[in-house]
Design a protein around this ligand. Structure first.
Ligand SMILES: *Cc1c(COP(=O)(O)O)cnc(C)c1O
Length: 362
């Protein structure tokens, strides 16, 4: 018999974000800011002085120090990875025994499911209610009834933009024996973090990323924060040179620019609130059947029967947002004020035109 791919991977397709060139990209929850000139000039110095022939520091010591300083953490409780994605894969594979049970939520970040599938875990799905929130008592019950080994979800959630309170997160961690993985990728935009207490629990890992509020998706930096026992295990299972030297040094530099990061974060929060209010105003002006709640992250999630049509219309006009077919929803990342104004203008144009030709709204 000639070699054949195993069943598990035969029908998989490479992950492909949206194809084509768009003048406005609001599809991947990135920061709309690139780096300011003062940071860019430091980055040029980094490139000029890098030892290209040497392997990176396997423990990413300086990077972790800078990250820990920014968030007020003990560096001995932090592990750095090549984006959070690398850590998600490690958690599903190396950190669990074969056939372990993992609880994921739906809707939530699709990568949790994907890596559990690859690692041949048993996946139990906690389905969110009609309002798309997590009822923490129900989630605890799901974890305990299934004797789950791990429960993982994003808080605030991608794609819904909703989150659970810090008290609910604490209650979950204390009420289960499972390892709780709390992905706080978007918590910079909200105030219910339990990051600084992560290392005081036996069974908690909090994930952070430089890809969203910090505006460094290009250089792939993720962080896991947990007690020292868990941290030692995470550092032991990762591949030794997982974070390249350039990313380590650039990340070290960027996290040191605290005021810049905080100011930009605040602008993104402000722009998100404005975008949300403007979409709400559209909903009212045209009596649209939009389901939309105030987001805790840097994007707005809109459930509407028009999602597919609006998505297509925006693409035709050079604007990329994310369409979720199964939820019948659009996820629109906050852009600059100009980008947000443009996406709103375009949505309104579509709605005004379609209201002339048919009845829209409820
Ligand atoms: C974007 C995102 C991440 C970040 O992943 P990286 O690999 O660090 O870029 C992690 N979790 C969630 C829920 C996200 O939406």
């Amino acid at each position: 018999m000639p070699y054949q791919l195993c069943d598990k991977v035969r029908s998989l397709e490479p992950y492909e974000p949206i194809k084509g060139q768009y003048k406005i990209r609001l599809d991947a929850n990135e920061s709309f800011y690139s780096m300011p000139e003062e940071v860019l000039s430091e980055i040029r110095d980094i490139v000029n002085t890098l030892d290209f022939n040497r392997y990176p520091d396997p423990m990413a010591t300086e990077l972790i120090r800078s990250f820990s300083d920014f968030y007020g953490l003990d560096p001995d409780t932090v592990t750095a990875t090549n984006g959070s994605d690398e850590m998600l894969y490690l958690l599903a594979s190396a950190m669990l025994k074969k056939n372990s049970t993992v609880v994921v939520a739906d809707p939530d970040f699709s990568m949790y499911n994907f890596y559990s599938f690859l690692s041949e875990n048993k996946v139990i799905t906690y389905r969110k209610n009609e309002l798309l929130g997590i009822n923490v008592d129900d989630l605890i019950k799901t974890v305990n009834d299934n004797s789950a080994d791990m429960v993982i979800f994003s808080n605030p959630c991608n794609p819904t933009g909703l989150g659970i309170s810090a008290d609910d997160a604490r209650k979950l961690v204390r009420s289960v024996n499972a390892l709780v993985v709390l992905d706080e990728a978007y918590m910079d935009f909200w105030d219910q973090s339990i990051l600084t207490e992560a290392s005081s629990y036996d069974n908690l890992i909090v994930l952070k990323t430089a890809s969203k509020a910090v505006g460094c998706a290009a250089i792939r930096l993720g962080f896991a924060v947990a007690n020292k026992t868990i941290t030692n295990a995470l550092r032991a299972v990762k591949s030794p040179y997982n974070v390249n030297s350039l990313s380590q040094r650039i990340g070290t530099c960027v996290y040191a620019h605290k005021d810049m990061l905080i100011e930009r974060r605040d602008t993104i929060i402000r722009n998100t609130k404005e975008l949300y209010k403007s979409i709400l105003a559209l909903k009212e002006r045209y009596s649209l059947a939009f389901d939309i709640v105030e987001p805790c992250a840097n994007f707005v999630f809109v459930r509407t029967e028009l999602a597919k049509d609006i998505f297509t219309y925006l693409l035709e006009n050079g604007i990329a947002v994310r369409f979720f077919g199964s939820a019948g929803a659009l996820r629109i990342t906050t852009g600059s004020e100009e980008e947000n104004a443009e996406v709103l203008r375009c949505i309104e144009k579509y709605i005004a035109a379609s209201c002339r030709t048919r009845v829209c709204g409820r």
